[in-house]
Design a protein around this ligand. Structure first.
Ligand SMILES: *Cc1c(COP(=O)(O)O)cnc(C)c1O
Length: 431
């Protein structure tokens, strides 16, 4: 559906509105039609034969040739429109593929690259669902998995260079929920020393596509849970993979058709209307989060605020400055007083809501140890610094002053209990 009259050198915020959708193909409507059909009619049997040859990859489209669509499990106009609009938003991307969830995107990326006997190296912690996929899907299939703690560049180099049959490296940065960062450029340079080079994939859900650009740092694939910032309104599930290499796209396109996990037309239509505002939303959310994080850092009830502008390790600061444009809207706070304090804090919030997920307009707050990360074994929990007092916050677009007041009020309510328990002296809490 790409309209070739638009030049490719437009800036992303323009291109997202000019590419992908050609009104001539939808009776000149300003917004795309939703093509709610499972199958497509062929004008001639020859067109059907040609469409199958091209979709299966047996033959290539000739310049100027339009292929006929076949069946919506392989491809449909709303997916194509959405994919064409997403490409300019992700720096250096050549193609995009949409999936019906972030997990579907990750599974398809992994299974189109890995086969039994191969190995994958990944950073720890990963999103809980991805972690389960490693242990409960990849390992039983005979794929060797090796974890490296996020932010340990030398160990990651050693794992990449020292793991036999390495075919994939999966990096999630910043890591959930403590925002620990991994150096993408260094990992891609190390991977490039191997022949064959393993496919480097980055789960860019937390900072991308606005604040972090893995394809410019040498990564092969960028993966999103589009359920989060791309969707932006906590009202749909979707996933996306972007890359540059045509062979990788071909493998994933084939697997998506096989698995049947392409995003449905209605969801594609909703999501493509959200893309033009992703940068506006993420910038506002990041500004809100930075103001709140930097205001809370002085509170005596909090042992530590995890937020990129508040990193204290020099290596973490270096990675942040080298690969992130802005700090983003995810933060965590570790409360003194453990789980009782954390639960009390959650109970007293009035603006922020106690829910998992992230990236929506509304601020969401959760207790990782008993929710998102409750399936992790204790060693993984410790490695990921998930303590009893840890609270994860996805900052929304509310007025930051109301959010700060909400958090300060909830902290005020736990202070007397902390003083009573001797965790805080009256003096420190008066700061
Ligand atoms: C939510 C999330 C996923 C999974 O995405 P779904 O859309 O829920 O399937 C994967 N990775 C990260 C970092 C996430 O936050």
């Amino acid at each position: 559906m790409a309209d070739s009259k638009h030049p490719r050198n437009e800036h992303p915020s323009t291109a997202v509105l000019t590419r992908g959708f050609d009104p001539r193909l939808s009776v000149w409507s300003a917004r795309p039609a939703v093509f709610r059909t499972s199958t497509y009619v062929f004008p001639t049997p020859e067109a059907a034969e040609r469409a199958f040859d091209i979709t299966s990859g047996r033959e290539q489209l000739q310049p100027g040739e339009n292929s006929y669509l076949i069946y919506s499990r392989f491809n449909h106009p709303n997916a194509e429109i959405l994919e064409d609009q997403m490409v300019p938003i992700e720096e250096n991307a050549e193609w995009a593929l949409v999936f019906n969830s972030g997990m579907a995107a990750i599974m398809t990326a992994l299974l189109s690259v890995l086969k039994p006997g191969d190995s994958i190296v990944y950073t720890m912690p990963l999103y809980g669902g991805t972690m389960n996929m490693m242990h409960q899907l990849m390992e039983p299939l005979g794929i060797h998995t090796r974890a490296v703690a996020a932010g340990h560049s030398e160990e990651l180099d050693e794992a990449i260079l020292g793991t036999p049959n390495l075919r994939a490296v999966l990096i999630e940065t910043p890591a959930n929920p403590t925002m620990r960062m991994t150096d993408i450029r260094r990992a891609t340079l190390t991977a490039a020393r191997l022949d064959p080079k393993p496919v480097v994939m980055v789960d860019n859900t937390f900072l991308g596509p606005v604040f972090q650009h893995p394809l410019t740092l040498g990564a092969d694939l960028v993966i999103y849970s589009a359920t989060k910032y791309l969707g932006g309104f906590s009202d749909l599930l979707a996933g996306m993979v972007l890359g540059r290499d045509a062979e990788l796209r071909k493998g994933m396109f084939g697997h998506r058709g096989m698995f049947g996990n392409i995003l449905q037309p209605d969801e594609c239509w909703i999501l493509d209307g959200r893309l033009p505002t992703v940068s506006l939303r993420m910038n506002r959310q990041s500004k809100n989060a930075q103001r709140i994080a930097e205001s809370l850092v002085h509170r005596a009830e909090i042992r530590k605020v995890y937020y990129p502008t508040l990193f204290d390790e020099p290596e973490q600061i270096r990675i942040r400055l080298s690969q992130c444009d802005y700090p983003g809207a995810m933060m965590s706070i570790d409360l003194r007083g453990g789980k009782p304090a954390a639960f009390e804090f959650l109970r007293h919030l009035r603006v922020a809501r106690n829910a998992v997920s992230l990236g929506g307009m509304e601020t969401l707050v959760c207790h990782p140890k008993t929710t998102t990360h409750s399936a992790s074994p204790p060693e993984e929990m410790e490695l990921a610094e998930i303590t009893d007092g840890l609270i994860r916050i996805s900052v929304g677009v509310e007025d930051w002053r109301d959010l700060l007041r909400d958090f300060e009020h909830a902290l005020d309510t736990i202070r007397p209990k902390l003083e009573e328990a001797g965790v805080l002296s009256a003096e420190t809490s008066a700061r």
